[in-house]
Every structure is written in C-alpha cells, then in structure tokens.
Design a protein around this ligand. Structure first.
Ligand SMILES: [Zn+2]
Length: 399
C-alpha cells in the first residue's frame, strides 16, 4: 500500500530537514536553506516562521560582503527550552536540568541504600524531578521532556521498567505515571542504551555508525549501534550481555542463574578479586560503590594486590568483549559505567586479550576506549529528548 502524506506531514518533514541543516552546518540564511533542500524561498520562509514561533530557531543580522548590505542568519536557539535527565541507578539517583545546548542548569542527587524498593526509588527520583522542573519554571523555560536511564530491562512499547535483574524491580509503569504527573513526554532507556546514544550523538567522533557501549558497574549491559541505529530487539531488551554464561558452575547471579559474565566483572566480582588479594575494603562495600575511588588510588600508587586483581578483571572484560566484537564488528567500543575509573588501570590487559581473542582483520582498525565522561547516561537521556524535539519540532510550537 502506498503511504500517503498530508499537508501536516509535509510541513513537519520540511521543518525537520531545515533543522537538520542548521545542526550540521551552523548558521545559514533562508536562501542557503532553500538551495540545500531544493525548496522554494516561500516554503522555507513559512517553515522558518514556524520554527521562530516555537523559539527553536533564532535569527541575527550580519553584514554581507562588507558593503553595508544586511542579511539575516538563522541558527538553533539552545535557550528556547529545557530537558530533564534522570539516572536511576541501583544505589543512587541523579537528576539534571539542561537547555537544548546540553548545558546543565541545575543538578540534584540522592543516595539509595540498596536494596531499595521501586516505590522508594521512584519517590526520591520524583522529588528531584519536581525540583528540576521548578528551577526550569523559574528560568522561564518550557520543558520538552524527561529522559530516564535505568539499570534494567525497559519495555519499548510502554516505557515500563520491566525487570531489574539486580534491583528486583518489575513492571513499573514509570512513563505512564510520570507523563500524567509532570505533563511532559517521558522517554525511558536502559542505562547502556543511554550510554550508546550519548556516544553516538555526542561522542568524539560524532555519529559513529557501528559501536558498542559497555556499561560496567554493579550491573553490566551493552548498547549496540548497528549501521547507524540502536539495536533494541523486539521488546527493547537487546544488550543484556551481563547475563550471558561466562563461567560454568560459577557464582550465583541476582538473575537466579550461575556464572553470568556480570558475576565476574561487575562490582561484586571486582570486590571478590580484591578480597582474595587481601585488600582492605569498607564494611558497606557490597551496598554501594563508594569504595571505588579508594581502590583507584591504591592502584595508581602501584599497590601490587590491586594491580593483580585488576589485571584479572581486564582479562575477563577482554574475553567477553571479544565475543561481542566478533558478532557485531563495531569500529569503536566505549567502556563506561561506574567502574570506568578502575578500567583506566587495566586497559592494557583488555587490549592484550582482545589482540589474542579477536579474529585478526576485525581487530585491526578497532578503537577501544574508556569513556572520558562520568555523565554518559545523563547525556544520553538529554540526547534522546533533543532528538525527539528535532523529529517533531512543530509539536513544540503547538505547546
Ligand atoms: Zn545473571
């Protein structure tokens, strides 16, 4: 069946195309946009009027060719509204308010003492979201949406927190509840998917089409971009690599099975290796990740026990990662998550293991990096809201 477009669809698609030109090329005149899109000046003027009415685009005067003729240049207006990002982790929740230029305008954080129920976790997160929205209102910025990154399986169709293998949360209708409560669109992503979205849209270089983002913390999952699109799977659950079998008869996992990859390289596995080496750790080390900076410090001071434990960690990361690389053939692998600071101390072992385990031509031009930012998940949430606005800019003008 032939798809039919009505005038509204065409108006939207033209607006999306004009915004894309401005995002990619920076300031342009109406005439330049018309030339690039092959549209008439009148059509472009109408689109631009919509986008200026929505404050998504601003115009400024410039001098043409230094002869005193004035022209108008159009550009995206980062201060036209706000977005909220929520990182909902096992042991803490972080919330930021940002403008469309990804500049943070407010941030708040609360720690959660594991194990925390979904009700308690969402209550703390909801309080912080209210504060963020309050700050946005004080600044006079309309909110374009809330992005949530969560350490568990997110059901694509409904934005439900379907299942947290470590938190134990199940079937939490966060999207539905928060859209009703806050009156703005809510986008929910698995934490590794959010990290991959950040690496794809905001990473250096931008727009890498085939990449794997491995999120390593208490849990472990992957976000995979294949040919420029995030691989989600039929339900949205793709990338749960932490629960692939890694050691036969291995340690018991939160998912109820034994020997999952996360039981070896996730926080519980790192703690076990450190304890086996006799490294002293805080009493509550199993309940949060506050021990990570201290262990990093010992590692940087060349404590041989920490270095031995992390060398083993690096080898186990490399072994599992080699499988993923051979399945997806990425050009870039980014390792992030709350254990990323430890990874800087075992990068050499990860690389050496990959050289040994990945088929030669696949590993040749592959770059494997530890994320430079502790905020991938928050940035991925913001990028999700931003992309939604860019895909439907006229909804903003209607609001
Ligand atoms: Zn498991």
């Amino acid at each position: 069946m032939q798809a039919k477009y009505d005038r509204g669809d065409i108006r939207r698609l033209n607006a999306v195309s004009a915004l894309k030109q401005l995002r990619e090329s920076g300031p342009l005149s109406r005439a330049q946009i018309a030339d690039r899109l092959g549209l008439t000046r009148a059509t472009v003027s109408a689109i631009v009027a919509d986008l200026i009415a929505a404050s998504l685009v601003s115009e400024s005067e410039f001098e043409e060719g230094g002869v005193g003729r004035r022209g108008m240049l159009l550009d995206l207006n980062p201060s036209c509204g706000s977005m909220v990002a929520v990182e909902l982790d096992i042991d803490r929740v972080q919330v930021v308010l940002a403008n469309l230029g990804m500049e943070f305008l407010w941030r708040g954080e609360a720690s959660l003492s594991a194990p925390v129920t979904a009700e308690e976790g969402l209550q703390r997160a909801g309080e912080l979201v209210e504060q963020a929205l309050g700050r946005g209102a004080e600044l006079g910025l309309p909110c374009f949406g809330i992005g949530v990154a969560w350490a568990g399986l997110v059901k694509r169709a409904t934005g439900e927190l379907a299942y947290g293998p470590i938190s134990g949360w199940q079937s939490v209708p966060i999207k539905e509840d928060w859209e009703a409560r806050f009156g703005t669109p809510v986008y929910v992503e698995n934490e590794a998917h959010a990290g991959a979205i950040a690496a794809h849209h905001l990473g250096e270089p931008r727009g890498v089409r085939d990449l794997i983002y491995l999120s390593l913390g208490v849990g472990l999952s992957a976000g995979v971009f294949v040919d420029g699109g995030l691989l989600r799977g039929s339900e949205g659950y793709a990338g749960q690599v932490g629960h692939t079998p890694f050691v036969a008869e291995g340690h018991r996992c939160g998912c109820g099975r034994q020997g999952c990859w996360v039981t070896e390289i996730g926080a519980s596995g790192v703690l076990r290796k450190l304890r086996a080496e006799g490294v002293e750790l805080p009493e509550d080390a199993d309940a949060n990740l506050d021990w990570v900076p201290g262990v990093c410090e010992l590692g940087r001071a060349q404590d041989p026990r920490v270095l031995r434990a992390l060398a083993e960690e690096g080898r186990q990361i490399g072994e599992g990662l080699a499988q993923l690389i051979q399945v997806f053939n990425p050009s870039r692998v980014v390792i992030g998550g709350h254990l990323r600071d430890l990874l800087a101390l075992c990068e050499a072992e990860v690389q050496a293991t990959l050289e040994e385990k990945v088929l030669y031509p696949m590993g040749k031009d592959l770059s494997v990096v530890v994320s430079a930012s502790p905020e991938d998940q928050l940035l991925g949430c913001l990028a999700t809201v931003f992309e939604a606005v860019m895909q439907n800019p006229l909804l903003v003008s209607a609001s």
